[in-house]
Design a protein around this ligand. Structure first.
Ligand code: FRU
Length: 501
């Protein structure tokens, strides 16, 4: 049956088909997804469908700023090369006229793909204020065209527990368990904080409220958005994106942050029993992560590589804005979430450069160690077994005037990422410190650069820290620097697209 496309969706599809190709691919990162045109925020509907990975995203094609949300759409087989598909959803119904907000996707037993998203419509309240009404809605399709369910929304205010706010009720994550479907979704209870609700369904259309999985009680932010729940290495893991956080030590910074709660799930009470709480990414640009389970059993996470607070600060003359992170494989080790870039990235490594036991004291550069699309691992240790050093730095994206730096201070067990000199013409947060520990005196730093971003993985993924930079790609110098004597090993690869152009 042919799907009828609304005029709003057709307009978005025509617009992206017309203007998208004007963005020269050489201006985009090589592996990190950017929107076809315009603005992108959260990843949505990250899932397997008919043997391919589909990814949708919060999308405003017409401008490089947030606006009435559509869903952009791409698919991939390797998490690195993204095939662009026409926009999947437009805000074209009375119940989602102000936006098709974040959500998720699942393959149905009959071979169709179901999208579950938050429909937003604004109403004028008695005091004259315009306020959202957020409800959960369904669309079903063939991997390209989707029809919204005639009886949408499938969950509205009546389906909320007592005191639950219909204004903040969003971002459903769906998965299948046996013969039923489960959903976690963010909501704001009466105390004004955040909670994650669970619902269950046999057919994805009629949903039954099952309980509160976790509440924040105004700790770790207030409203919790974009929840994701899964089992991993014997633990249950809940990821949430928290608004209005206040800083806690070096673990959580203020503002919008991401929180990972690890524990066990009590099936009867539907409650997550917390054992550990940590930040997901310790950098400057990371929000709204979402995961999928691959057929070979990997839990893979992707996130918006941006930060709400600074997302209005953009390079000039840009026709698309927003990037996703490299998808990351997750595991749990010693009660902590571990992240490493998807293993597919290793197949894109070329031109290996290896240096062993290089002594650094002051500034050092190494022949052939430069580049802006690279995968580089640096292992650093003190020059003598009982010696120490004050700090060690790696400077990337350098050209004399510009550079982005990471610095490790063994005495304080901290890593600092600093993009103050990346050439960005806005006064925004540029520095972030986080805790990291050497093992037997040795610290391992893996850096993935893809033109306009740096993703750092410490000690095989014990900490991840992500930042965007907009330095011109001609700034590709890399140098190493220390105060005190260190010995380092460097393994560096260029990352090569590998597609026939
Ligand atoms: C998170 C978020 C979601 C919402 C979407 C709107 O970044 O605020 O809660 O669904 O973005 O674009």
């Amino acid at each position: 049956m042919k799907t009828t496309i609304s005029s709003k969706l057709k307009k978005a599809r025509d617009f992206e088909a017309h203007y998208g190709p004007f963005i020269n691919d050489s201006h985009r990162p090589v592996f990190h997804l950017t929107p076809t045109i315009g603005w992108m925020n959260d990843p949505n509907g990250f899932s397997c469908y008919k043997g391919e990975y589909h990814l949708f995203y919060q999308y405003h094609p017409y401008e490089t700023k947030w606006g009435p949300m559509h869903w952009g759409h791409v698919k991939t087989r390797d998490f690195l090369h993204w095939e662009r598909l026409p926009a999947a959803l437009a805000p074209d119904k009375p119940y989602d006229k102000n936006g098709c907000f974040s959500g998720s996707a699942v393959e149905l037993p009959d071979g169709r793909q179901l999208l579950l998203y938050t429909g937003v419509r604004q109403v004028r309240e008695a005091n004259g204020e315009l306020k959202d009404r957020q409800t959960q809605c369904v669309a079903v399709g063939d991997g390209r065209d989707y029809t919204k369910y005639a009886e949408n929304p499938v969950i509205s205010a009546e389906g909320l527990p007592e005191g639950g706010s219909p204004v903040d009720f969003r971002d459903p994550k769906i998965w299948r368990e046996g013969d039923k479907y489960l959903m976690v979704v963010g909501n704001r209870p009466a105390d004004g904080s955040g909670s994650i609700l669970m619902y269950e369904s046999q057919d994805c259309l009629s949903w039954e409220y099952k309980g509160v999985l976790a509440s924040c009680h105004n700790q770790f932010g207030r409203m919790w958005e974009c929840p994701d729940l899964f089992e991993l290495d014997g633990k249950h893991v809940l990821l949430v994106s928290a608004q209005e956080m206040t800083a806690i030590g070096l673990e959580f910074h203020a503002g919008n942050g991401t929180v990972c709660l690890l524990g066990s799930y009590d099936e009867e009470s539907r409650h997550l029993i917390r054992e550990n709480v940590q930040a997901i990414d310790y950098g400057l640009d990371f929000y709204a992560p979402q995961t999928l389970l691959t057929p070979d059993g990997r839990r893979v996470m992707i996130a918006w590589m941006q930060n709400w607070e600074t997302s209005t600060c953009q390079p000039y003359n840009t026709s698309c804005f927003g990037q996703m992170t490299i998808p990351r494989e997750l595991s749990v080790r010693n009660g902590r979430l571990i992240q490493t870039p998807v293993r597919e990235l290793e197949s894109r490594r070329s031109y290996q450069i290896l240096y062993k036991n290089v002594r650094v004291n002051g500034v050092t550069t190494l022949q052939n160690v430069r580049g802006r699309v690279i995968d580089m691992t640096v292992t650093v240790r003190p020059a003598s077994s009982h010696g120490s050093y004050e700090w060690f730095k790696i400077n990337v994206a350098g050209d004399g005037e510009h550079m982005t730096t990471l610095r490790y201070k063994p005495e304080c067990n901290t890593v600092r990422i600093d993009r103050t000199r990346c050439g960005f013409p806005h006064d925004i947060v540029n520095v972030r410190d986080f805790a990291a520990w050497a093992k037997n005196g040795e610290l391992k730093l893996r850096l993935v650069l893809d033109k306009y971003s740096m993703e750092l993985f410490v000690n095989d993924g014990e900490q991840a820290a992500t930042t965007v930079i907009y330095t011109d790609v001609s700034a590709d110098a890399i140098s190493f620097e220390s105060s005190g004597s260190v010995i380092m090993d460097v393994e560096k690869y260029d990352l090569i697209d590998g597609r026939d152009k």
